[in-house]
Design a protein around this ligand. Structure first.
Ligand SMILES: [Zn+2]
Length: 119
């Protein structure tokens, strides 16, 4: 799957754009395919929506997944990476007892998006 191959390094950074084009073509060529393209690629609906609109953010999308960072639905022209909320306020921190993990509920100061960061 495209995203997994990017995350584990099977697809090197420099080949991502070419490989995603090949993956999309492969998806088109599956007879009677009912699987949505984003699932075939291993992307969430949000990741796919961002990539479809701004394919130049592919590396940011993969970086965000790797680092478990909140990903932006809007481009942040002055941030690097461009698809990640880098300027945000933490609204509150909660603990998920079941998983023993802490979550920060955050709001992006640039686009206003709400997201959480697990740590
Ligand atoms: Zn944002």
């Amino acid at each position: 799957m495209f995203m997994d191959d990017c995350l584990d390094g099977t697809i090197p950074t420099g080949s991502r754009d070419a490989e995603i084009d090949k993956a999309v073509e492969a998806w088109h060529n599956i007879a009677g395919n009912t699987q949505p393209l984003n699932q075939f690629l291993g992307m969430t609906d949000l990741e796919y929506a961002i990539w479809a609109e701004q394919p130049n953010l592919l590396s940011d999308i993969i970086f965000a997944r790797k680092k478990n960072k909140g990903i932006c639905t809007k481009n942040h022209p002055n941030s690097n990476p461009k698809a990640i909320h880098t300027d945000y306020e933490v609204l509150r921190t909660t603990e998920d007892w079941e998983y023993g993990q802490m979550f920060d509920d955050c709001r992006c100061r640039v686009c206003g998006a709400l997201f959480d960061i697990a740590h």
